[in-house]
Write a protein that binds this ligand. Structure first.
Ligand code: BDR
Ligand code: CA
Length: 326
């Protein structure tokens, strides 16, 4: 079967690194594009190149650097979770490859206009994707769908109501959700189910390969960061969920939903406001997810929101992916 064609837009980032490793193994990655987010643009671009070198694909997967900062707001980064480099933990040599000369937004627009049936995956702030829609509005009709890690049906992480990727560039996120593109949203409510623990680290380590050790080091660092910031004992590999959803749709249960992004709220800027009134039957406790498309209330869905992850099969997929490298 032909692999699905994708562009992966990301800000590596420990969990972005897992997203790259899954995508390159299972999908036809036409390019990795980078955006300022977890760390400044130069760092995340270097990190994308490092990941591709570790898995032996830096020659066949080109990297394109995109926007260094959000459309309106100043850039916010996350060194407390990803370290100063954006990918602290594993000891990896400086990459020998460099990014392409073409800007990420030009690459996205050009490739979408040239290639049929392309899917966008976005695991960082949505700055590049929104800029691409503004630059070439016809891409909305051409892209099959955009699968994002971002937002939440429930609570946030950067603020009580906002998840990091949407919080960093809410104007870009609003542009994407209102664009007419079909959005698959892997929000925090879902990705918090993607927890890796010390046992997962051991599984990676026991592979005895470069990719396995790299994954183990990434996860150990991420667990440690979570422990010092939030007193947790696991690392949630948020971004790889967005790729896993495309690789094996049976891993995730999702429902259609209308999603808008709050831009003005003093407490809620960056919140993904999820309208799930249409999912509520006469007795929401009993009837919550029944026949969502034909229910009468709420705005017409512009997205699919992921709700439940099959955790064990997700971890198995990551392990078998790592095993396939080397
Ligand atoms: C998201 O924020 C980033 O720190 C992660 O890479 C992920 O994309 C989770 O909120
Ligand atoms: Ca990310």
């Amino acid at each position: 079967m032909d692999k699905r064609k994708v562009i992966l837009d990301c800000d590596p980032g420990h969990d972005d690194a897992f997203a790259i490793m899954l995508a390159v193994q299972h999908l036809d990655v036409l390019g990795v594009t980078t955006v300022g987010g977890n760390s400044p643009l130069a760092n995340v671009t270097r990190n994308a190149l490092k990941v591709l070198e570790v898995i032996g694909h830096a020659d066949d997967v080109p990297v394109y650097a995109g926007h260094s900062c959000p459309m309106v707001a100043p850039l916010v980064t996350a060194p407390m979770f990803h370290g100063e480099s954006g990918l602290d933990g594993p000891v990896v040599p400086e990459p020998t490859h460099v990014a392409q000369a073409e800007h990420a937004v030009d690459f996205i627009c050009r490739t979408v206009m040239e290639q049929d049936d392309l899917t966008l995956i976005a695991t960082g702030p949505l700055t590049n994707i929104a800029a691409a829609i503004n630059r070439e509005p016809r891409i909305v009709e051409r892209v099959r769908e955009v699968c994002i890690m971002g937002g939440s049906v429930t609570y946030g992480n950067w603020t009580p109501t906002a998840e990091f990727n949407i919080y960093v560039d809410p104007e870009a996120a609003a542009r994407v959700f209102e664009s007419g593109l079909h959005v698959k949203m892997c929000g925090l409510n879902l990705t918090r189910q993607a927890a890796f623990d010390e046992g997962t680290v051991e599984r990676f380590r026991s592979l005895g390969t470069r990719a396995g050790d790299f994954a183990a080091d990434l996860t150990e660092f991420f667990i440690g960061a979570g422990r010092s910031v939030n007193d947790t004992h696991v690392g949630c590999m948020h971004d790889a969920c967005a790729v896993a959803w495309l690789v094996d749709p049976t891993l995730i249960r999702a429902v259609p939903m209308h999603i808008d992004v709050e831009l003005a709220g003093t407490l809620t800027r960056g919140m993904t406001v999820c309208d799930y009134r249409h999912l509520c039957g006469p007795d929401p406790a009993v009837d919550l997810y029944r026949d969502p498309l034909h229910a009468p209330r709420g705005k017409r869905p512009n997205a699919e929101a992921a709700l439940e992850l099959d955790h064990d099969r997700y971890v198995d997929l990551v392990c078998s992916t790592l095993e396939a490298y080397d």
